[in-house]
Design a protein around this ligand. Structure first.
Ligand SMILES: C[S@@+](CC[C@H](N)C(=O)[O-])C[C@H]1O[C@@H](n2cnc3c(N)ncnc32)[C@H](O)[C@@H]1O
Length: 217
C-alpha cells in the first residue's frame, strides 16, 4: 500500500473496480504477475472518466509500458488517436504485440526511445489535446515544458504518481535515493498550481494524480 490513503479505503476501491473487458483484464493480470508497473485501477477509472467527459481526439502518452493504459484509452472512442513513448525495449515489443492483438495499430503509435528526446522531435503539426504523463518521475516539469508548444488551445494534462507513495507530502518517508524525484515532483506540483492559465486538482487516489486544464490565450 503506497501511504496515500487508508489501507481499507484502497482495498475497497480496488475491489470495486472490476475490469469488464476480458482482453484488458488479461493485460492487467500479466502486468501485475510480471511486476510491470501499470496504472492503478482507481486512477484508470478516473482517467477513463475525464477522457469520456473531455472527448480529446489526439492523446500523447509518456510511458507506454505494455500498452494497458493506451489500449484502455483508445477503446473509449473510435475518434481517439494516441502517440505513446516507451524507453524499455521489452515493454515496447510487448506493447506493440498487445496493440496488434487489440486491432488498434491504426490508432495507437508507439515510439521507442527516451521521452525527453522524442518530445523535442515532435513535428510542429502534431498537436495534442490530452497528455497522460506516466514515466520518469523526476522529469515531469521538463516534459510539461517540452510538450507545451504542441498543446492545443485547450488541453488536459493527466499526471500519474504525483504523490509517489506519499513521499511528496512527508519528508520522513523519503529515502536518500528518492530525494531528487521528490524535489522535482514538488517543483512540478508547485508550478502547476501557481499558474493563472492552468487549473489543477491533485487527487490522493492510487499513487496520486494531478489533473490540469491548460488554456492558452
Ligand atoms: C508506470 S509505467 C507506464 C504504465 C502505462 N502508462 C500503463 O498504465 O499501462 C512507466 C513506463 O515508462 C517508461 N519510461 C521510464 N522512463 C522513460 C523515459 N525516459 N522515456 C520513455 N519511457 C520511459 C518505463 O519503461 C515504463 O514502461
Amino acid at each position: 500500500m503506497p501511504n496515500i490513503n487508508y489501507d481499507y479505503i484502497e482495498s475497497y476501491l480496488k475491489g470495486l473496480y472490476i475490469e469488464k473487458d476480458p482482453f484488458l483484464a488479461n493485460i492487467e493480470e500479466y502486468g501485475l504477475r510480471e511486476n510491470i508497473p501499470i496504472i492503478e485501477k482507481e486512477s484508470l477509472e478516473l482517467l477513463r472518466l475525464i477522457i469520456s467527459i473531455f472527448k480529446p481526439n489526439r492523446i500523447l502518452e509518456i510511458g507506454t509500458a505494455i500498452g494497458y493504459s493506451a489500449i484502455s484509452m483508445a477503446k473509449l472512442d473510435s475518434k481517439i488517436n494516441i502517440t505513446s513513448f516507451e524507453i524499455n525495449e521489452k515493454n515496447y515489443n510487448i506493447a506493440i504485440d498487445n496493440i496488434k492483438k487489440a486491432k488498434l495499430l491504426d490508432r495507437i503509435e508507439v515510439r521507442f526511445g527516451d521521452a525527453s528526446e522524442l518530445l523535442t522531435k515532435l513535428r510542429e503539426d502534431e498537436i495534442f489535446d490530452f497528455v497522460f504523463i506516466d514515466a520518469a518521475k523526476s522529469h515531469y516539469l521538463e516534459y510539461f515544458n517540452d510538450i507545451y508548444k504542441n498543446l492545443s488551445n485547450r488541453s488536459i494534462i493527466f499526471s500519474d504518481n504525483v504523490l509517489f507513495k506519499g513521499m511528496i507530502a512527508d519528508d520522513s518517508l523519503v529515502p536518500r535515493r528518492d530525494r531528487t524525484i521528490v524535489r522535482n515532483m514538488r517543483e512540478y506540483l508547485s508550478f502547476l498550481t501557481s499558474q493563472n492559465s492552468i487549473k489543477t486538482s491533485v487527487i490522493p487516489i492510487g499513487d496520486g494524480v494531478a489533473i490540469s486544464l491548460i488554456e492558452k490565450e
